[in-house]
Design a binder for this molecule. Structure first.
Ligand code: 1GP
Length: 240
């Protein structure tokens, strides 16, 4: 079970986010192999708007590494049986019914027939100081960065509704990562593992976010700019 081995463990983990549109295939082959060598724990594949087929991307990752691949879908078009699992995202910070239940209904029969492990995730968009693709594409408002009480209440509600993970998302390329204090307060209030992503650009930030309580760190943009950061991030995360 991916959920038990990746999320339900005491050890903090690094997920490398692959946006299929932002990788050329040759680079992806090299990067997948290097990420595993450098200590990444698993891959997430997806994006707010993806026009490249996921199958090919996942095949290349799998040909070049043994790490699990989990879908991180920006839409119901981003389902592929080639992956090992899928984060079934409910955008609980927003009030868009399609992203709370509508898309889940459309996807459910397909997911049930697939071999994917479905991992229910309470996905919370936190204001990162700039308008990100996820905010625009989801047609939802993020929780203001300083409204810790709203974030805490939302995370508790997510857990009560049965989500097995809470994901605090500042958005890809966010100007500001999720506030350290907000991470701390959310972590204190929930019993399920906590994922944090968006705008995590150096290992010092990653260290602080982990110390505040993140169990899983997700990074995409920083690794697209400098793939040597995978090792720095992974070493830091695993040392905590
Ligand atoms: C995953 O969207 C993030 O939660 C990834 O953000 O691209 O800024 O690392 P970055």
């Amino acid at each position: 079970m991916l959920y038990d081995s990746l999320f339900k463990t005491k050890k903090k983990k690094l997920a490398v986010l692959i946006d299929p549109d932002k990788q050329n295939l040759e680079k992806l082959a090299f990067f997948s192999e290097k990420s595993q060598k450098d200590g990444a724990d698993f891959f997430l594949v997806g994006g707010s708007l993806v026009s490249t087929g996921l199958d090919n991307t996942i095949e290349i990752i799998k040909e070049n590494s043994d790490l699990p691949v989990i879908l991180f879908p920006g839409s119901i078009l981003q389902i592929s049986d080639k992956a090992d699992g899928i984060l079934l995202l409910s955008l609980i910070s927003g009030r868009n019914p399609d992203l709370l239940i509508g898309n889940h209904v459309i996807a459910a029969p397909i997911l049930q027939k697939s071999s994917l492990e479905v991992i229910s995730t309470g996905y919370m968009l936190i204001d990162g100081g700039n308008k990100t693709s996820v905010e625009y594409m989801s047609n939802t408002k993020p929780i203001p960065a300083d409204k810790t009480d709203i974030a805490v209440a939302t995370a508790i509600a997510g857990e009560f509704l049965g989500t097995k993970l809470i994901y605090l998302e500042a958005g890809s390329g966010a100007k500001n990562h999720v506030d350290i204090n907000l991470v701390k307060e959310v972590k204190k209030s929930i019993g399920v593992p906590l994922i944090v992503g968006g705008g995590l650009s150096n290992y010092k930030i990653v260290e602080n976010i982990c110390k505040a309580g993140a169990d899983i760190i997700v990074t995409g943009t920083a690794f697209e700019k400098n793939d040597n950061l995978v090792k720095l991030f992974a070493d830091k995360i695993h040392s905590l």
